[in-house]
Structure formats: C-alpha cells, structure tokens
Write a protein that binds this ligand. Sequence first.
Ligand code: ADP
Ligand code: MG
Length: 238
Amino acid sequence: MARVTTAGAAPAPALQAQNLSQTFGDTEVLHGVSLQVARGEVVAVMGPSGSGKSTLLHLLGGLGQPSGGEVYWEGVRVDQLSVDARAQRRVRALGLVFQHHYLLPDLNLLDNLRVPGMILGEDLTARAEQLLQQVGLGGRGGAYPEVLSGGERQRLAVARALVARPAALLADEPTGSLDRANARRVAELMIDLAREHASGVLLVTHDEALAALADRQIDLLDGRVVPPGSPATALPVP
Ligand SMILES: Nc1ncnc2c1ncn2[C@@H]1O[C@H](COP(=O)(O)OP(=O)(O)O)[C@@H](O)[C@H]1O
Ligand SMILES: [Mg+2]
C-alpha cells in the first residue's frame, strides 16, 4: 500500500490532503488543497459559507471520491481503497462529528457508544462508560438520545467519535446548532478528550472564539487555502 515517505523516523501525520480537488459538474469547488494534521494537533478551518469546507472534510473523511489529489490517514493512502476497505480503516483512523449528531435513536446512550466496537469486533464497554462520565452523562447509559438536550447530544456524538481512540477527529461545525455557552463547552470537551489520546483535530467553525482554541488556523476561500499572512483580496480571481 502506498505510504507517504517521511524523513528519518518522523511519524506520518494523522491526516493529510495532497493537492485535493473536487469538481461538481462544470464547477470546481476545491482547487488543489494540501494540508496536514499531526497527532495531538488541533487545527481550525475557517472560511465563508460556500468556500468548500464541508467538501474538504467529506473528502478527508473518505466519504467521497476526489476529482484529483490524494488522501492519507496515518500515512496510508486511502482515496484509492474500496469503499468497504476504507470504511473498515476509518473506524480506527477517524472520528467524525457533524452539526447534526447522527445518533441512533433506537439505541440507548451506552449502545450508541459501543457501535464502533461492534464494527471492530472489540468490546469497548469500559471505554464507553468512561467517556459517558467524561462528557457529563455518567449513569445515563440506559437513556435514549431523544431525552437529551442539544448540548448533551453533541457531547455524546463527541464521545462516540473518540471511543475507538482514532488518530484524528474531523468536526464540521459540531457546535453550529448550539448556544454560545454550550458550543464552548462541547468544543473544549472535544479538544481536551482528543488531546488525552493525542488524536489530531480538524475543526471547521464559524466562531472565532472556538478557532482560538486551536493550535493553528487554516483559512479557505473559494476552494483554496489562503496562504498565511496574505490578505484575502490578494488571491487571484479564478
Ligand atoms: N454535492 C454537490 N453538488 C454540487 N455542488 C456542491 C455539492 N456539494 C457542495 N457543492 C457546492 O460546493 C461549494 C462548496 O460547498 P461546501 O463545501 O458545502 O462549502 P462550506 O462548507 O464552506 O459552506 C458550494 O458552492 C456548494 O454549492
Ligand atoms: Mg459546510
């Protein structure tokens, strides 16, 4: 399997995009985006609506096929894998959090957290119970998602994303439907819990205050990474 060559013993990044592009019909919405997220590193992605943030995360998550470029998880190229092989690898490599929680309504909270373990053929009950405590839902494992508040659901979604100790978290506006106080709590919790196991985090957010929690920020404009320090208006108009 193709691997990124790294100098010496440097570990492969948790997540890497190399020259990623995406075309829908006649419209190219991502133009050669390259980025890396190291294990333990928190990177915020900001940019106006329609700048390609969700498309980028979709491709990095292996949920779609890029029109060009490459995606690597822990140094392994995954964009050329079969959908099944990628799904199997994703459980270990990535946790995904979206604006909507995507919890399974017919499973209680503990079972929602055990789903990744079922896919891996591993009993993650102890880890799931620990995470329930850590996200402030200890003792409520038998409850169902419908009784949770919006903030509690997102905290559970964060716990589920981290249950298999993935190399990286991909979070697309995970607090976009929450009020300020809950948004901050969920984002801080996500970052703290990710750091516990040195999971990298790529966090798409509109909120400057949440982006400030990251180690660094990547700005996306019209499907391109804005070079750090350059005024957005200096970008060539496509
Ligand atoms: N499946 C799709 N088919 C056609 N156009 C799409 C599709 N997904 C996204 N787009 C377009 O790609 C551009 C970037 O969208 P998106 O990645 O959702 O931006 P953001 O998340 O930054 O708001 C937008 O112009 C959007 O309309
Ligand atoms: Mg989006």
